[in-house]
Write a protein of this length. Structure first.
Length: 404
């Protein structure tokens, strides 16, 4: 196998594992209505499970990003994939004490997700630029996660609707196959060092320009934007299946609706990865979110009609496309965090804090109807848009590129 082919094979395996890990965590929103009915759980209790999964997967991810800095083999990726299988055993919860059992289960699931992400991103960063550019490689990796989490509600909803909770055992088959293939591929990790800042010269000589785009914002600014975007996406993907079930649709259609939104966000992210070096990033983000908010509001208003589902991927494509762009920019943003820590923060930390909005939406759904609570999602995107305009007017903070 040539070096180029080996790099692409490792990229494929890393993206496949990212897809599978996030798909496993994404199944929970899809069969949550059935879980609530089986064990007599309230909407708030169901939202607590979703939030705990988000907190554990993303909070622990911050710590996981600081582990094994000198490691060259991604053992945490394999362990994370294995622990993520915990969700397959949701049907084993006892009738008495079911909520406590499910809490432990989602915490194990979240820990698995947390372990897989930082080293997975370090594996992506170790892929030679001659094989695929960092922006495209990172976007492919993020697209796999988006697609996995997006298809999770559909897969979980269909399996539970057709086979009961025992249908989740089918998901153990691809996990076993991936663990075997990943072990044989001998994936390596990038060094976990902080970027070395230096002043960018006005004119470059014959030295080639790095394929990694230079961030116009500081890491702190990127992080806050990521929190707002992820909060909106988290509310949509976490509660949309329950909202559709409340409107009278089947479990599978609720999962399908969540999948449409998530797939739109993932495809939009991949498409914009090719534009990130040609156009101003802030302008692209503002245009995407400004166009997506009205579509999202229209979809929520018309969600009771089946045909309105066609609006979900369009809205997701626009409002959710910015997050992977922020992940790419985080590699060169001004800040002192090492690579693994900043990847854990921008991916895990932002999703963890966004989980607070998901919990608030669940509580609001109990007291003000779930339909009203769903509009917190476009409110989060509107806040991100306002921040982008403020940063654009200020000109953003001047960042420095990575020394090559």
């Amino acid at each position: 196998m040539t070096r180029h082919t080996l790099a692409l094979w490792r990229l494929s395996l890393l993206t496949a594992i990212h897809f599978t890990v996030d798909m496993l965590s994404g199944t929970l929103p899809g069969f949550l209505p059935a879980l609530r009915q089986e064990y007599a759980l309230s909407l708030v209790a169901g939202t607590v499970l979703l939030t705990l999964c988000s907190f554990s997967s993303n909070g622990i991810q911050l710590w996981a990003g600081t582990l094994r800095k000198a490691a060259k083999r991604p053992k945490l990726v394999q362990l994370g994939l294995l622990l993520s299988c915990a969700i397959c055993f949701a049907g084993l919860a006892p009738q008495t004490g079911a909520f406590a059992f499910l809490v432990v289960l989602v915490l194990v699931l979240g820990t698995g997700v947390a372990f897989a992400h930082p080293e997975g991103l370090r594996g992506i960063c170790a892929i030679p630029e001659g094989s695929v550019t960092p922006a495209v490689a990172t976007s492919l990796f993020m697209l796999a996660g988006f697609t996995g989490y997006a298809t999770g509600p559909l897969i979980g909803g269909v399996l539970v609707e057709k086979f009961g909770f025992a249908g989740l055992y089918f998901l153990l088959i691809p996990v076993g196959l991936l663990l075997w293939l990943f072990h044989r591929a001998r994936v390596r990790l990038a060094l976990d060092n902080a970027p070395e800042p230096h002043a960018a010269p006005a004119h470059r000589a014959s030295k080639p320009v790095s394929a990694v785009p230079v961030s116009p914002l500081t890491f702190r600014e990127l992080f806050l934007l990521a929190v707002l975007i992820n909060a909106g996406c988290g509310i949509m993907q976490g509660l949309l299946p329950s909202y559709m079930e409340e409107l009278g649709f089947t479990l599978s259609f609720g999962g399908f609706s969540g999948t449409l939104f998530g797939l739109g966000a993932g495809l939009g992210a991949f498409g914009t990865s090719f534009l990130i070096k040609r156009y101003r990033v802030l302008s692209c983000l503002k245009l995407e979110i400004a166009a997506g908010i009205p579509l999202l509001v229209l979809y929520l208003a018309l969600a009771g009609s089946r045909w309105a589902a066609c609006l979900a991927p369009l809205a997701g494509m626009l409002v959710g496309a910015g997050f992977p762009q922020l992940v790419v920019l985080a590699r060169t943003a001004q800040g002192s965090l090492a690579l693994g820590a900043r990847m854990g923060m921008i991916v895990g930390g932002s999703w963890g804090i966004a989980g607070i909005m998901l919990l608030l939406a669940g509580v609001a759904g109990k007291y003000f109807m779930l339909k009203t609570a769903m509009y917190l999602a476009p409110a989060c995107f509107a806040a991100a848009l306002a921040m982008l305009f403020i940063l654009g007017k200020r000109g953003g903070s001047r960042a420095v590129p990575v020394q090559r």
